[in-house]
Design a protein around this ligand. Sequence first.
Ligand code: NAP
Length: 340
Amino acid sequence: MPADQSSSLSGHGQTVCVTGAGGFIASWIVKLLLERGYNVRGTLRNPDDPKNAHLRELEGATERLSLRKADLLDFESLKEAINGCDGVFHTASPVTDDPEQMVEPAVNGTKNVIVAASEAKVKRVVFTSSIGAVYMDPARGPDVVVDESCWSDLEFCKNTKNWYCYGKAVAEQAAWDEAKEKGVDLVVVNPVLVLGPLLQPTINASIVHILKYLTGSAKTYANSVQAYVHVKDVALAHILVYETPSASGRYLCAESVLHRGDVVEILAKFFPEYPIPTKLKDDGKPRAIPYKFSNQKLQDLGLEFTPVKQSLYDTVKSLQDKGHLKPPARQEEDSIKIQS
Ligand SMILES: NC(=O)c1ccc[n+]([C@@H]2O[C@H](COP(=O)([O-])OP(=O)(O)OC[C@H]3O[C@@H](n4cnc5c(N)ncnc54)[C@H](OP(=O)(O)O)[C@@H]3O)[C@@H](O)[C@H]2O)c1
């Protein structure tokens, strides 16, 4: 039976904490939780920063959203935010390939959240991990189906300086270890690259992957593949695994895997007015082939994934609506002014 993908009051009377509430994915989790009747405590490093103001505009926020100041490396601040909650959605994490900024907050921050959740005796913690903790494995054959049983090879991540994937993999492992030791009920969502409408006023890293194809800054597209999923589906996946008592383990959250050539082709069909690259960057290798994957576990919980074409369309529309992407006529006008 399909899950109730619309809002229902399943959260009535429950209080849950969402870490890093102002982020791209977390804002959507907060929105859906409020729509379902939950009382939500959102943690932010700076609740007064205008980049977090959108949270107060969400439906139900005035009555049921409280924003708390907390940093992942400040245990007491997390403890205060989580104490008294029924559940925790741990989404906050640096998103960077800088090892100094990435690894410690991701790993120790996650341990702090699990310990605080254990002390508060919450019913369940949902942790936002990543495909980065799943698929970075050079030994995997082309016919292997990427699913929840796969783990990234830490040595390979280190050697290729992929510190984001390294940090997320070590953080997820730390979450499992800490949860086991403390007897915390942990469920993990592993999203692939997330697209779709932004609720926050700023541009996050996964949206830049698409924005660069529309502004003229990318002259070519890479010979590589990428998996995609819609942000609303990612948020709903978090809530489904929280609300389903039998949910356990990891949940790969992916809709499709495309070659970059397919991405630019879809974008060019929807938005021919932008300078979308048409040339493949020649790396001397044969065309990369999309890997196989399974999202069956989330489908079994009733999640109906949004097609990637819709995700790409919604992303661009949202960038236009928020003023991050000028209408093409304005871009042309500006370039004429610059030239003259
Ligand atoms: N977007 C994707 O494609 C994708 C895919 C797979 C997994 N994920 C995971 O999903 C989660 C959210 O990512 P996102 O795309 O929504 O990114 P985002 O918009 O950059 O959000 C990240 C959030 O983490 C917070 N944060 C970073 N360091 C922190 C610290 N030391 N203490 C407290 N908060 C901290 C940030 O707060 P500030 O605003 O204060 O910096 C921000 O709210 C991350 O765990 C990421 O690894 C994302």
